[in-house]
Structures are given as C-alpha cells and as structure tokens.
Design a protein around this ligand. Structure first.
Ligand SMILES: [Zn+2]
Length: 336
C-alpha cells in the first residue's frame, strides 16, 4: 500500500520532490487516482485511531498477559485458556529473586494489557521494568488477601513471599487472576469464571492428595531443611517443622552461607534426627551436598520451589510439581 501511495504522491509532487504548479497538478492527476488517494489516506487515519483505542477489546483479540514467573504463569494459563496470550518473564529453573529483564521483556511489558506479579518483595526488579517500559498494563498483585508469614530478622520484619507453597493460597491467587481478567476483558467473563472454578476444583483435589500423602509420615518426622526459606507456607499447611535453610533467607535462592550459619545448621540437623535434606531445583546443589556430608544425612532429589520444571519433567505444572514435592519429601524422610 505504501508503494502505491508513494506512486500517487509522486504524481502530485513530482519524482524530484519539487512541487508542480496547482493547475498542472489538477491536469496530471486522473480523477480515479485522486479518489483512490483520498480513500487510502482516510483508511490510514482510521487505522491509526483504532490502534490508540486499546479498550474495550474486540472478542477476536487475545488479552496480552505477562506473568513474572512460571508458577503464576501456570495459574494464568489455566484461567485464561485460549483467550490470553501469555508471556512468562523468569525462565524455568531460574532464580526469580535475582531475575534480570532484557529489552524484549521490556517490550512485552510495554505491549501488555495485564501484568501479574506475586508481590511481597519477590520481584525486586519489576517496578523499574514497568516504569522504564512505559507500559499502561493493569498491574495485579496476585498474593493480595493471603495471610502473610513474616519474621523478625535483626530487628527488621521480613515477609515470606513464597505463598504458593500452600495449595489453599494457590486457590486465592487463581481467583485474583480470574477477577483481573474479568475486569480487563468483561466480554469473556463467563469463560474466565468457568475456567477458574474448574482449576480451583483441581487444586482442592491436589490439597487432599498431599494431605493423604503426608499422612504416611509420622508427625515427629515432619522436619524440613531446604536451600533457602521457600517452604514455610507448605510446612505450616501440612504440619512440618522447618529446621532451617542453607541460605537462611526468603530473599534469594542463590549465594553461599556464612561459615557460622553453616556450622549452626549442621548442629541443628544432627540434633533434629532427620535423615534427609532438600535441595531445590533453583539452587546450586554443591553447598547442599557439603552440608549433607557434614551432618551425615542424604540429599533428596530436588524440590520445585520457586519455579516449575521443563516440559516433560515431574514439575512441568504446578499440580505435578506439588504432587511430586509431597511424594519426594515423604519418601526421603521415611527412608528406605
Ligand atoms: Zn525463593
């Protein structure tokens, strides 16, 4: 179309760009071409205006959704189905706490309708990404309404962002995502509501399955040691005691423990009588191997804490990952 338009304009302005006298222009431009030119210019104008009007969305256009990491992305896909075009920012197996967005992430955020965030300090990088991208997306904190676990660390209150580790919280997050999609795309409200209801039913079944699985483990053996403090909500929901974590923090899954904290954790593990500790799929296993050797316990296969696994793995979806985690924890703590 641009080539044709250029050709028509050439007829008016002349190839060199030099203006031709008006009388000549009227003589040279055939009436049919003149009408075509007007029609094309009008069409271009309508197109530009259509682009500026982002809402309401026509039913043929999918809602563009960004999820900051894979677990929220999975909830979003289950609620949105075919009605959304989902992009998940932090890759599978990466540390969400330390994620570094690239320019294509900024472009996706800029073009998004909805940005789904866990909140509670999990995504320390998201405010800057949102602002710098110039996005107008509706930001939704999916942990809203969930009772938050917090603790005092050197006089400072630290909130635990890993709310999804309690399946009941996953239900709340699903409903928050449903409400966000309904608000952004009311024409499809009934679809989002039906999808969310179906997924919450599957989460209820999952919760029962985990409870049944955990019941195989005597209460005095429900003790957990993990790479970082990612599993407090799971522990609270299913009756576990968290002995400690290698990194001793809810704020990162990367790094090295201090020598003093490492020695203390070895002592705590020996005193607890546990036979296994749990490395996480998002953490470096080397330090956990060293800890297990020092404390004379075994390292369990990795748990899915802050990320889902790749397609085809045991943790490829939230439902699979939580089922796998429960079974792995019970088997490791029961022993052979
Ligand atoms: Zn974490």
């Amino acid at each position: 179309m641009n080539h044709l338009l250029a050709a028509l304009l050439t007829r008016v302005v002349g190839f060199s760009g030099q203006q031709v006298p008006v009388s000549n222009r009227c003589r040279r431009l055939h009436p049919t071409l003149f009408i075509a030119l007007i029609l094309m210019l009008t069409a271009c104008q309508f197109s530009a205006e259509g682009g500026r009007k982002a809402t309401p969305l026509p039913s043929s256009v999918r809602l563009r959704v960004i999820a900051t990491f894979s677990i929220v992305g999975d909830f979003a896909q289950n609620v949105g189905g075919d009605l959304i075009e989902l992009k998940t920012l932090a890759g599978l197996g990466s540390d969400i706490h330390e994620f570094e967005p690239n320019p294509s992430d900024a472009l996706a955020v800029r073009n998004a309708n909805v940005l789904l965030e866990n909140g509670l300090g999990l995504e320390t990088w998201v405010d800057r990404l949102y602002t710098s991208s110039g996005s107008q997306a509706r930001r939704v904190i999916v942990s809203q309404g969930i009772p938050i676990r917090s603790r005092d660390v050197d006089g400072k209150v630290e909130s635990d962002p890993h709310v999804w580790q309690d399946v009941h919280n996953a239900m709340t997050m699903t409903l928050t995502i449903r409400d966000a999609f309904v608000a952004a795309d009311p024409a499809n409200a009934s679809v989002y509501q039906a999808n969310a209801a179906a997924y919450v039913a599957r989460l209820q079944t999952l919760d029962q399955e985990i409870t049944t699985e955990i019941s195989r483990l005597p209460a005095d053996r429900r003790k957990l040691v993990t790479s970082h403090d990612a599993i407090g909500y799971f522990a609270a929901r299913y009756g576990f005691n968290v002995i400690g974590s290698l990194l001793g923090t809810v704020a990162t899954a990367s790094g090295d423990p201090s020598a003093r904290e490492f020695a203390q954790l070895v002592a705590d593990i020996k005193a607890s009588g546990v036979r296994a500790v749990f490395v996480e799929s998002v953490s470096n296993p080397d330090n956990m191997e060293r800890l297990a050797t020092e404390a004379n316990v075994v390292v369990s296969p990795a748990l899915y804490t802050d990320s889902l696994g790749v397609e085809g793995s045991a943790g490829s979806t939230y439902l699979n990952a939580m089922r796998y985690n429960a079974r792995t924890i019970v088997n490791a703590l029961l022993g052979p």
